[in-house]
Design a protein around this ligand. Structure first.
Ligand SMILES: [Zn+2]
Length: 404
């Protein structure tokens, strides 16, 4: 490459896919200045008035598309199935940086960290911002949960709405990118998925508190009741969107809740990767817990399909770090979403424009357009034709830094 500052660059894209909805993929030249797309020039010829001394990346016939967003990860969890460990802050930071590196290699230029120990998570965001081989992190720090509720170990327990408002205020002051709260139990001992987390009035306080600080609010919901309470309270971003019941017999789906989600305009992040990876790791979960996931995952996929058929909007997130979910799982997540009712184009939008919009970053990431951060990936084929093209990327760039 020629001289120039590291994130000034000229890119030739043989086929530019500016977003999931582009129809005609044509050649284009991308001028990147200071880590952002400055100009997009259609055509095969390099604009004559662009500076001649900038580094140059020729991507030949490759399809160049926006970097992907994983809307749900846990950077400070290992994704190897081990139980939560008492790691030091420094160990968690190293783990988080390594995980962000894995994500970027898979074309994931931005991750939304949906819960971890606050000090470590904020340090991972700062470290990865300065490391061009890592995905960018948007963070919530500790999810807000009832006393003894799901993920209480991260330190986000509150007793009531007043307590919650105070905690959201402290989070906002610490510079979080969004707020995460728990409307149901989950994988935490003593707080099973079908048990409620917060009541509707506390959820409503969370909606108001997050909005008052201009922060998106993501709410963990693993049961029909938790989704009804959350959406009724004004929640828009629903994590997991599962219909778990105590029997785990697949009969938890509630069409009225699906209808409520669709009518309210709620956006579900289905995290289908969790069950998939629990079941596909040879050394995975055995015994009764393994049998439980064996029953659970097929009805999770069925329920997802019914939500899509009901018209519910989706963004893609993997829950990487949790259980056995790796940080390069997003392309597989998109294939599962497409295999269970979405089109490839919708799945790609769920990982780009739609994910960015949900996080309040729709004017900054998720699209290749002037003014946007210069995040892109290149593949030999168009993912809209074949999502497995995302497994064979020929280039990944974040903020105009090219990884390969
Ligand atoms: Zn999670």
């Amino acid at each position: 490459m020629a001289a120039g500052t590291v994130n000034d660059l000229v890119v030739y894209a043989g086929r530019l896919r500016a977003d999931a909805w582009s129809r005609d993929l044509r050649p284009a030249w991308l001028l990147i200045r200071d880590g952002r797309f400055a100009e997009i020039a259609p055509g095969a010829d390099r604009p004559g008035d662009w500076p001649a001394d900038l580094p140059h990346l020729d991507l030949g016939r490759a399809v160049v598309l926006p970097g992907l967003l994983d809307s749900h990860v846990h950077l400070t969890e290992p994704g190897d199935g081990t139980e939560p460990a008492d790691r030091s802050v420094a160990e968690n930071v190293e783990l988080g940086v390594a995980n962000a590196r894995t994500a970027l290699r898979a074309g994931v230029t931005t991750v939304a960290d949906c819960g971890g120990p606050p000090e470590a998570v904020l340090a991972v965001r700062a470290r990865t911002a300065a490391l061009p081989d890592c995905a960018r992190a948007l963070v919530a720090t500790a999810p807000i949960t009832k006393v003894g509720g799901h993920s209480w170990r991260y330190g986000g327990e509150v007793r009531d709405a007043a307590d919650l408002r105070a905690l959201v205020g402290r989070y906002a002051a610490s510079g979080v990118d969004f707020v995460k709260a728990m409307a149901s139990g989950g994988g935490t001992p003593g707080a099973p998925p079908w048990e409620p987390g917060f009541d509707e009035d506390v959820l409503h306080a969370a909606v108001e508190a997050a909005a008052s600080h201009g922060l998106p609010l993501k709410v963990h919901c693993l049961s029909a009741g938790s989704m009804r309470a959350a959406v009724t309270a004004g929640v828009v971003l629903v994590e997991h969107g599962k219909f778990r019941n105590a029997a785990e017999d697949g009969r938890g789906f509630d069409p009225a809740v699906a209808d409520l989600l669709a009518r309210s305009g709620a956006v579900v992040c289905p995290t289908l990767s969790v069950g998939h990876h629990v079941l596909s790791v040879p050394s995975g979960v055995s015994g009764e817990a393994g049998a439980l996931w064996g029953r659970r995952h097929p009805h999770d996929l069925d329920d997802f399909r019914r939500l899509v058929e009901s018209g519910v909007s989706m963004v893609s997130g993997t829950d990487a770090g949790w259980r056995f979910t790796p940080f390069d799982a997003l392309p597989g997540e998109l294939r599962m979403m497409a295999g269970a009712g979405m089109t490839n184009r919708q799945a790609l939008a769920a990982a780009t424009t739609d994910a960015a919009t949900a996080l309040g970053k729709g004017d900054l990431i998720g699209r290749i357009a002037p003014g946007y951060l210069a995040d892109f990936v290149a593949s030999g084929a168009d993912p809209v034709d074949d999502l497995s093209a995302l497994d064979r990327l020929v280039a990944v760039a974040r903020d105009g830094h090219v990884l390969r």
